[in-house]
Design a protein around this ligand. Structure first.
Ligand code: DGJ
Length: 730
């Protein structure tokens, strides 16, 4: 590490406040402000941010220690490096804050008032920086949480005012950082249904580049709210300066990258202001979602490891708990099942060694039965034709076979063909004088309406509460918003719907997690429509895609691994793509293993292989994969194979996964992250029944240093060959 502190102005966080306090500042808070020179630095082990107040009273980001255009230590500062610039006071680039005040004045002029840092524990420090309009009682609090050991900074903004009437917020960024370099390379994860997590890297040109989602719900239909930003060069895996960013928000988001005439890059991150101007009543607080930033000068590999370590401690629910092996019926049956058929699938799940059977869509609604996606959403009573004995009976049958039972719900949605819609058509989002625009034959409930919000919560609470045998929930959300209108909100409040929807959603998710702490939860939204740290704190895993063809999953899992740890990705073995079964198993083994199979349709060899893979996973792979550090060794984007490894934090054990995606000559895989001074016993695992490893290294003990320097040949040459190796320190 070259610079153990921040060069970034980058993810800006921290603060240095300087002296020279603004004589023209008005208001009691400002008059009492500490005017002595001081510097506030907010930093983690390897990165941070320095801020200072200029002689004009504004708060600036100081691009230390790199030689930049801004002189550190006060004096006249460049407005382009203002930390959280508003619109209307002379700042001419894209602002972080834009408001119309209660008297109609649409300019804002923010000056620094005070700051406070509090150590929340040995690892986390929270800094709150108060800004105030120079004239109006309009307050912006910049909140920065530094996670020292994980090199992660989390930033959000709180708005409130004491003006005589509502203030309307037009821009309300969570973070607004400035980075200085000669080149900027941006990687996004764009997506569509069954095609999530696609990595694309582009060089930023002059002016604005926007990555966003505008659709309120199921944001991943556009892209995942995360990015990598490499400076100087395209991002490399294990070298070079790279920033990682991820917004903790499931709704519309915007990342705006603005390269100015000086070559400085401002990165504005937060809720998308599109169709979302926010009326703020006197005394009300708008707390924006937190933006996560990390940085490394050791490439995007370390950026991912930072985020994964943070996520396992703070970002994903119960990340230390082993995830159950789920067998889901969606690909085996779709909507077409009966009670005996489901019970027969339990036997298969038990035979294979799964821990839990997950009953997917199609189990509910009677007047408009849920036999396809055209009816029934909202009528959360068990369908008595399909399942005459109810859910608790099924849970009991599962228990008798030694497995747990889980259920699918889509609590935010309604089909127009449903009793719910017949009784409460006004609970669905809609625009007056417009025909309701359905997607997958359904509409979004308006969660700002208290009755609809309570209804969505009761869909969960009644299902779980009255069937205590259910210990797993798959929460789906299959459409986005195209008509963000509410019959509950007043005409002047309509534009807050997309924002308040997501706050209401988190309220329900939080109730789910706190009321049902023992129910494992999977986040799904028509595939990975929701893959974000806003929701993941309430969920154990997310569903990366309905595309379970392992060839595509290699890429999808590679993409999501940039930001999310393997313990958060549900990776199921299915028959999609009809790939060689070992390849299918090996791909799923590198994440949170699950199954979506009809056991009766499997060959004896496939059953045996699956059972053995589950035993292997539970005995030795699961803890390495879910708690280890990820090293991405060969990228499927530019090599004929993908290779990844996980190494336990103490470097005592590792697992290597190699997937050949095109025919090519065998090449050694260079391992990383091992203890160079240690010796490791290598063992190829997940071999087909009776097969003997062809790897010369199998069963040998090799030096960590040699494995990282010379690599090891996985003997994979033909498309769909694959290998899994365990390394154990001797
Ligand atoms: C979309 C999900 O991604 C699928 O796994 C499945 O649950 C269907 N919805 C059910 O409608």
């Amino acid at each position: 590490m070259k610079i153990p502190q921040l060069n970034l102005l980058a993810p800006a966080l921290f603060a240095a406040l300087l002296a020279g306090w603004p004589a023209q500042a008005q208001g009691a808070d400002i008059a009492q402000a500490d005017r002595t020179a001081k510097i506030i630095y907010i930093g983690t082990a390897h990165f941070g941010v320095t801020l200072q107040a200029g002689s004009d009273g504004r708060l600036y980001q100081v691009p230390s220690p790199r030689p930049l255009s801004v002189p550190a230590g006060g004096g006249k500062l460049d407005r382009e490096t203002e930390f959280h610039p508003p619109f209307g006071d002379g700042f001419i680039s894209e602002p972080a804050v834009q408001a119309t005040h209660a008297d109609g004045n649409n300019s804002t002029d923010l000056i620094f008032v005070t700051n406070q840092s509090t150590a929340l524990d040995a690892n986390i420090t929270l800094t709150r920086i108060e800004l105030k309009d120079r004239y109006y009682p309009f307050f912006v609090t910049l909140c920065l949480k530094a996670y020292h050991d994980q090199d992660v900074l989390e930033q959000w903004t709180e708005f409130h005012h004491d003006e005589d009437g509502a203030v309307t917020l037009f821009r309300f960024a969570s973070s607004s950082s400035v980075i200085q370099s000669n080149e900027y390379w941006l990687t996004q994860l764009h997506g569509d249904w069954a095609s999530e997590g696609n990595m694309e890297e582009d060089k930023l040109g002059m002016g604005m580049t926007i990555l966003d989602s505008k659709i309120g719900v199921r944001a991943g239909r556009f892209r995942t709210p995360s990015f990598l930003l490499s400076v100087h060069n395209p991002a490399r895996e294990e070298s070079g300066e790279v920033y990682g960013g991820s917004l903790e928000w499931s709704g519309s988001f915007q990342f705006a990258f603005d390269v100015n005439w000086q070559g400085q890059l401002r990165v504005l991150c937060g809720i998308n202001p599109f169709a979302s101007q926010y009326p703020l009543a006197r005394g009300q607080v708008l707390k924006t979602p937190a933006m996560l930033w990390t940085w490394s000068d050791a490439g995007k590999g370390q950026v991912s490891r930072n985020l994964h370590r943070w996520a396992r401690l703070y970002g994903v629910r119960d990340a230390a708990q082993p995830r159950p092996i789920v067998l889901n019926n969606w690909e085996a049956t779709g909507f077409n099942f009966t009670e005996p058929r489901i019970v027969s699938l339990f036997d298969g799940a038990r035979e294979l060694g799964a821990d839990l059977f997950l009953l997917d869509d199609g189990w509910f609604a009677n007047k408009y039965p849920r036999n396809n996606d055209g009816a029934g959403l909202g009528d959360w009573q068990v369908n008595t034709n399909k399942l005459p004995h109810g859910l608790s009976y099924l849970a009991g049958e599962a228990k008798q076979r030694g497995i747990r039972f889980g259920i699918w719900l889509e609590p935010e949605m309604v089909n127009p063909r449903s009793e719910l819609y017949e009784q409460h058509p006004d609970w669905a989002m809609a625009e007056p004088h417009r025909a309701p625009e359905v997607s997958r034959n359904q509409l979004d409930l308006d969660l700002t309406r208290p009755e609809a919000r309570e209804f969505a919560w009761k869909a969960i609470d009644n299902t779980l509460g009255s069937n205590p045998g259910i210990s797993y929930l798959k929460w789906d959300a299959n459409r986005y918003v195209t008509q963000p209108g509410s019959t509950y909100l007043k005409p002047g409040e309509q534009s807050r719907l997309l924002i308040d929807y997501n706050f209401a959603l988190y309220d329900i998710m939080a109730r789910m997690a706190s009321n049902y702490p023992n129910v494992t939860a999977m986040l799904c939204s028509g595939g990975a429509g929701r893959a974000d740290y806003g929701a993941l704190k309430y969920f154990h895993t997310f569903w990366p895609s309905d595309n379970t063809d392992p060839l595509h999953r290699v890429f999808i899992q590679w993409g999501f691994s940039q930001f999310f740890p393997a313990c958060a990705l549900s990776d199921h073995v299915t028959k999609m793509g009809n790939r060689p079964f070992k390849f299918t198993l090996d791909v799923a083994l590198s994440g949170t293993l699950g199954l979506d199979l009809d056991v009766a349709k499997m060959t004896a060899a496939e059953r045996k292989a699956t059972t053995a893979a589950i035993v292997l996973y539970k005995q030795s792979l699961r803890d390495i994969v879910s708690q280890g550090d990820l090293y991405r060794l060969d990228s499927p984007y530019d090599q004929p194979r993908s290779a990844i490894s996980y190494v336990t934090p103490d470097r005592a054990r590792a697992a290597l996964f190699v997937y050949q995606i095109k025919d090519a000559a065998d090449q050694p895989v260079m391992l990383r992250g091992l203890d160079p001074a240690a010796k490791y016993l290598l063992r190829e695992v997940n071999l087909p029944d009776g097969a003997v490893s062809r790897l010369p290294a199998d069963g040998k003990t090799l030096d960590g240093a040699a494995l990282m320097r010379d690599g090891l040949a996985p003997i994979c040459q033909k498309q769909f060959e694959s290998a899994v190796l365990e390394l154990t320190r001797q």
